[in-house]
Design a protein around this ligand. Structure first.
Ligand SMILES: Nc1nc2c(ncn2[C@@H]2O[C@H](COP(=O)(O)OP(=O)(O)O)[C@@H](O)[C@H]2O)c(=O)[nH]1
Ligand SMILES: [Mg+2]
Length: 250
């Protein structure tokens, strides 16, 4: 299993706050809000700035009501639904995120296709899970800070995603509803213990979508970092090289 890189060792953390990132982040923003990208759309850079785009498929796992659909919306900068409706099938959302690699200073656009599928639909239709699993690069395992059973079930959930056909899958754990601390059912010490024993980073999310970037940057940077690291390990290279590069965005 590829080791998890120490946080902030591969990509520049908080790059969205740096001046030199403005040119890139402006391509994923529109009137200070996140731009929505359809399946065939991508950020357009001026011709003299060549940026490679790396593509990844991410599956969001977790029981009904844990916050899968809300997380996909949050990461894309969309409004979070107030009401809970069970997602009826597979919904995909495209998120672009510019990243600066620490060692080379190279900038990449990460294109993350998030796959969100309702638990009931997964249970009822056998063909959905295989298509979610096909060519998947990472899984976000969600638990809710307000639901102890979702936390206790994590190891069980993660065991179902052991390596398939030699392909390594990045696994990150995300605790949702961190804002509802009055109803918190999962102690900080339990989270720490889980992190130490599983070796998986645990990220936290919750609350209103504030400025659109600072809110999601830790999660997206952590995801990008782990995906890139995995590619480097797979490519057997010490320099950070990706086999998934898909050409230059002009
Ligand atoms: N306060 C708060 N509510 C959340 C959060 N994430 C999700 N919710 C709410 O929890 C409910 C279920 O979320 P949803 O994303 O639809 O769950 P799903 O079944 O896993 O897709 C919805 O009413 C959301 O508004 C969060 O981080 N904080
Ligand atoms: Mg849903």
């Amino acid at each position: 299993m590829a080791l998890v890189p120490p946080l902030g060792s591969v990509v520049v953390a908080d790059w969205h706050r740096c001046k030199d990132s403005k040119e890139y982040f402006s391509k994923i923003l529109q009137k200070k809000r996140r731009k929505n990208f359809g399946l065939l759309e991508s950020p357009v850079m001026p011709p003299h700035v060549a940026v490679d785009t790396v593509h990844y498929k991410i599956f969001i796992s977790g029981k009904s009501g844990v916050g899968k659909t809300a997380l996909a919306a949050r990461l894309a900068g969309l409004n979070i639904p107030n009401m809970h409706y069970e997602t009826t099938g597979i919904e995909t959302t495209v998120v672009y995120w510019p990243v600066k690699l620490k060692d080379s200073g190279r900038v990449l656009f990460f294109r993350l296709q998030l796959w969100d599928c309702g638990e009931n639909a997964l249970r009822r239709f056998d063909h959905l899970l295989p298509s979610c699993k096909e060519q998947v690069d990472a899984v976000l395992f969600l638990f809710s800070f307000t639901d102890r059973t979702s936390f206790d079930d994590l190891s069980n959930q993660m065991a179902k995603w052991t390596e398939t056909s030699g392909r390594h899958v990045v696994k990150l754990v995300v605790g949702t509803k961190f804002d509802l601390f009055m109803h918190c059912d999962v102690a900080e010490s339990d989270v720490r213990h889980f992190q130490e024993t599983s070796g998986s980073p645990v990220l936290r999310t919750g609350g209103e979508v504030s400025d659109g970037l600072g809110d999601v940057a830790p999660l997206l940077n952590c995801l990008a970092e782990n995906l890139w690291h995995q590619d480097c390990v797979t490519a057997g290279s010490t320099s950070h090289y990706s086999h998934q590069e898909t050409g230059t965005v002009l």
